[in-house]
Design a binder for this molecule. Structure first.
Ligand SMILES: [Cu+2]
Length: 152
């Protein structure tokens, strides 16, 4: 049942997103679907009373990277449930979600079901559950090109 509920939730998000954005809505849908499965750390959600779809008018935030600059901007960001991050990666950087352990150890093993923004890609990812997401730039993780997204 919970799985079905989650699927419906994701579906609602997709519908909400595609109607409010006119570019790349199909890729948005794809990332939203995978994002839904990363909600493992959302299990401690206390306010599940809002079991309806997240606010479809969530804010879109931007995380960017630039060639020659070995940092995400911003590196750490706090957003609300239902908000979207528009990742804008330059040609030399990517943003790959990893586990907290991988992040702490500066590893590059991608998190199952996590978001992945490849080199030079612009991709929107919507976060539908509270929790913390950790991500790295795989070529530059060893020089601390890392970031977090806190969803609350
Ligand atoms: Cu990088």
């Amino acid at each position: 049942m919970r799985r079905l509920g989650l699927a419906l939730l994701v579906l609602a998000m997709i519908t909400g997103c595609s109607s409010s954005s006119d570019d790349g809505s199909s890729t948005t849908a794809g990332t939203t679907a995978t994002d839904g499965t990363t909600g493992v750390d959302g299990g401690d959600a206390t306010d599940t009373g809002t079991s309806g779809a997240p606010d479809p008018s969530g804010t879109t935030h931007e995380v960017t990277s630039s060639d020659g600059v070995m940092d995400f901007s911003p590196e750490d960001i706090t957003i609300a449930v239902g908000d979207t991050i528009n990742f804008v990666m330059s040609a030399t950087h990517n943003a790959i979600e990893v586990s907290k352990d991988t992040y702490d150890n500066r590893g590059v093993t991608a998190l199952d079901g996590g978001f992945q923004v490849t080199f030079g890609e612009t991709k929107q990812v919507t976060f539908t559950e509270p929790g913390v997401h950790y991500y790295v730039c795989t070529p530059h993780v060893t020089i601390d090109m890392i970031g977090t997204i806190t969803v609350q």
